[in-house]
Design a protein around this ligand. Structure first.
Ligand code: DX5
Ligand code: ZN
Length: 217
């Protein structure tokens, strides 16, 4: 899964939900790599988005990798639903009350890629506990919950530390929150290889142009 090529994962949080299927189809045709799907429960984060039934209904609009970012607590009991809905990668937060590793192992048992996500206040060394079980580490560069926030520049150090910790393991580093052309460049330089982007992509007329620009910063 890891490659030197930078992958672009548009976050549908900023999409027009009245035509979500078409938005996903358009992103696919515009050349994105993943479709990043933010699932929020109004409890782990102060916002509510969508559940597995919506993921299932949009699955038919693209064959790209569905990168599902679960910002929910509890999480374990919902994992089979997201697997059945068509998720390819399931990322879970370290900061939930449940045992995160337990849920990660369930994702792996169900033959999907598993990710660990950490919020801005969580130190890099927490990742050590998960590093031999995950395919992806998602570093939040804003407080999770909403699109359109400002990139927290101090998180770049954390990306660098995690990159070192990974060594030659095949683990992707995904960065999520406040990505624009400038922060995309610094994130890649720090070691990230998957960029999530919501507002920067959706405010552009041409998804194709902005995806290309973000990939080649
Ligand atoms: C925030 C979400 C992000 C969000 C990113 O909790 O995890 O994926 O949609 O949006 P932008 O790119 O606008 O910061
Ligand atoms: Zn996200």
């Amino acid at each position: 899964m890891t490659s030197d090529k930078v992958k672009i994962a548009p976050s549908i949080l900023s999409a027009d939900f009245s035509k979500l299927g078409k938005e996903i189809y358009d992103l696919d045709k515009a050349g994105c790599d993943y479709i990043h799907i933010d699932v929020m429960d109004g409890h782990f984060v102060p916002n509510i988005t969508i559940g597995a039934n919506v993921v299932k209904s949009i699955r038919k609009f693209s064959e790209k990798i569905f990168d599902v970012h679960l910002m929910i607590d509890p999480v374990k009991k919902y994992i089979p639903d997201f697997v059945n809905a068509g998720a390819d990668i399931i990322t879970i937060h370290h900061e939930i009350n449940e045992d995160t590793l337990d849920s990660i192992l369930l994702v792996k048992k169900l033959k999907k890629k598993a990710g660990i996500s950490i919020k801005p206040g969580t130190p890099a060394n927490i990742v050590e506990k998960y590093i031999n079980h995950v395919d992806l580490i998602l570093v939040m560069t804003v407080e999770p919950g909403f699109g359109g926030q400002k990139f927290m520049i101090e998180q770049l150090e954390k990306i660098k530390l995690i990159k070192k910790m990974i060594g030659n393991r095949k683990i992707d580093i995904e960065v999520d929150g406040g990505i624009d052309l400038n922060t995309a460049k610094s994130s890649i330089e720090a070691g990230a290889n998957i960029l999530v982007s919501g507002s920067t992509i959706f405010k552009c007329q041409s998804y194709k142009n902005i995806i290309k620009k973000l990939r080649n910063v």
